[in-house]
Design a binder for this molecule. Structure first.
Ligand code: AMP
Length: 119
């Protein structure tokens, strides 16, 4: 799948639409989800053009990959989620119901999140 430069997160990265920024570094941006699914719901994205985890894990540089992992941990820490715990999820592709085709990690916390899957 090729990268769609008109996806909503690409527009946020270009400053064309606003976001509620949480944290930023050279390689990543973290912001609050517009439709939170938990008391705290943060999205962490790489600044590079990567569609999903398959794309990122194969094509991102070692610096980008390590910065992304560090940014996820830092975002959770800055949000005060370490004591209570949190869940991280990256939907990748059709079966996972990925809606925005720019890699993003969801961080959910601030309250009990429940089982991994509702059955
Ligand atoms: P996914 O289904 O994993 O692709 O999740 C996409 C997420 O992006 C959803 O949780 C949306 O609520 C969130 N989202 C969509 N547009 C925006 C936006 N403009 N700002 C912040 N979050 C957004």
């Amino acid at each position: 799948m090729s990268y769609d430069t008109e996806n909503i997160f690409a527009k946020i990265l270009r400053g064309e639409i606003p976001c509620n920024k949480h944290d930023e570094c050279e390689y990543t941006l973290a912001f609050h989800d517009i439709a939170p699914q938990a008391q705290t719901h943060i999205l962490v994205i790489p600044k590079g053009h990567y569609v999903d985890m398959a794309d990122f894990s194969q094509n991102a540089s070692a610096e980008e990959q390590s910065a992304f992992i560090a940014a996820i941990g830092r975002a959770a820490r800055l949000a005060g989620l370490e004591d209570g715990g949190y869940r991280i999820i990256a939907n990748s592709g059709e079966n996972a119901h990925q809606e925005v085709p720019h890699l993003h990690m969801h961080i959910l916390g601030g309250e009990p999140i429940g089982p991994l899957r509702a059955r």
